[in-house]
Every structure is written in structure tokens, then in C-alpha cells.
Design a binder for this molecule. Structure first.
Ligand SMILES: [Zn+2]
Length: 249
């Protein structure tokens, strides 16, 4: 079910106060037009009735995609996240039924992360595998463009799918997201990914890095794959996934 509310806000351009609508929860099936606005990034913009300036109006919300069994909470304060996780833990442990429906519960801390989750699931993809692929691609970027400090990356659907790279200097790059190892990761790492994504979780590159760090097994006889994340990097191979060595380290 979708829930819309109203709030009084003040235009940062002209100072006019006006009432605007916002979504406490948005159901993709019930509100397909708003879902499209979310995907395109327009949902969080509001227009001042006086000066017609457009400004981003940011608020916490729940996005629910019933088709792809996804619930994502957009939350900005750590206290909100703590309360959510506490509540979700109660739900999870008290009702086996919910855990058996195959639902994916996520929380994110920014509008772009919410858009990204919505897009990944709308295309029937597994966000956990996508985060691992994004992490792998950092290695290639690191090798090809060593001067670029990658702050953040974002999946963007297309033919082929794209990866948007937000660099530390404010520049943005777009490159093709290499999807070749997708199925292999989805199959060979399913149990490990399931173990680490129970309940409501934040699935991002940090999560993917921890996954590989905890489960990657060093084997000196196999080619190493180097995964870079922030200032950290690791050499990693697990004895089965030679084809996952994307950057030929
Ligand atoms: Zn205004």
C-alpha cells in the first residue's frame, strides 16, 4: 500500500512557504508513474508555486516492489536505522512465514542508492551480485585510470548495463558494467551471500568487500584478483573462479 502525506516547506530561492506532497511509502505496482519518477530521479523534486524553482525535498520513505519482492527503507539518521533493524529482527524471528516468502529487505542512506536498488530489482537482477561486480570493476578502473579516485559507483540499466563512477574531484565517468561473471557469482556464492543478507541489510560495495574478505581463500597457485575499495585492496582467489580475474593481475 502507498501512503502519501503533506508537509509545509519553504522555498530556498524566494522564501515562500507552501504545501507539498511526499511519500511515506510507495508501492511500485499501485503507483507505476511515481515508480518511474523515482527511477528517473524526479520523485524527490518539488516546484515552488511562486518562483517555479525546483528543489530537492528529501525525506525518509519505504519503497515496495511486490513483483520483485523488494522492500527498501530510505533512512538518513542512524537512530532511524537502529529502530528499523530492531523491528525487523522481531518480525524475522517471530514469523517464519515472512522469511520463507523470499523477500529482500534493504535499507539505504541516500536517494541515489534507493534509485539504484529500485533499478536493479526492476531489471530482475540480484543487488548482491551487482555490488560484487561493481567492486571488481574498481580494479579495472584502478588499473586503467590510476589518477581517478573512485568515491562511489552506481548501476544504471541499459543495453549494455552501465556503471556511473563518481570521482573524488567531482567528475563523473560512465563505463559499461562487465556482467560476464554474473551467473557464476550468483550460483557459486549463493549460500555465502544468503548467510550475510538475512534480515534487513545494507547491500553496498562495503558489504561486497567484506563478503570477499571473509570468504576469499588465498591460494598461491592461482592467479590473484585484486579488489580495491577506498584505500584498501586485497589479493584474492578462491580456487574455483579463475574466470573472475577480470583485470589480469
Ligand atoms: Zn520560490
Amino acid at each position: 500500500m502507498s501512503r502519501q502525506r503533506t508537509a509545509m516547506i519553504t522555498c530556498p530561492t524566494c522564501g515562500t512557504s507552501f504545501e507539498t506532497r511526499y511519500w511515506e511509502s510507495l508501492n511500485a505496482e499501485m503507483n507505476p508513474a511515481e515508480k518511474e519518477q523515482l527511477l528517473s530521479g524526479k520523485l524527490f523534486y518539488t516546484t515552488c508555486p511562486n518562483c517555479h524553482a525546483q528543489h530537492q525535498f528529501v525525506y525518509p520513505m519505504l519503497y515496495h516492489d511486490m513483483t520483485h519482492k523488494l522492500m527498501v527503507w530510505l533512512l538518513f539518521e542512524e537512530e532511524q536505522i537502529r529502530v528499523l533493524l530492531h523491528e525487523m529482527d522481531g518480525v524475522r524471528t517471530s514469523s517464519l512465514m515472512i522469511s520463507q516468502t523470499g523477500y529482500h529487505y534493504r535499507f539505504v542512506r541516500s536517494i541515489n542508492e534507493l534509485r539504484e536498488k529500485a533499478m536493479i530489482f526492476a531489471y530482475g537482477l540480484d543487488d548482491r551480485v551487482i555490488e560484487v561486480l561493481k567492486l571488481f570493476q574498481r580494479s579495472i578502473i584502478h588499473k586503467k585510470l590510476p589518477h581517478v579516485k573512485v568515491n562511489r559507483t552506481m548501476f544504471f540499466p541499459g543495453s549494455p548495463h552501465q556503471l556511473i563512477i563518481f570521482a573524488g574531484d567531482g567528475a563523473t565517468y560512465t563505463t559499461e558494467l562487465i556482467m560476464d561473471p554474473y551467473e557464476e557469482i550468483a550460483q557459486t556464492r549463493k549460500n555465502r551471500m544468503d548467510e550475510r543478507s538475512r534480515g534487513c541489510v545494507c547491500i553496498d560495495e562495503k558489504w561486497a568487500f567484506d563478503l570477499l574478505q571473509n570468504y576469499g581463500v588465498y591460494n598461491k597457485n592461482l592467479p590473484l584478483m585484486y579488489v580495491h575499495y577506498g584505500n584498501e585492496y586485497m589479493g584474492f582467489s578462491d580456487g574455483t573462479d579463475k574466470s573472475m580475474c577480470l583485470c589480469s593481475c
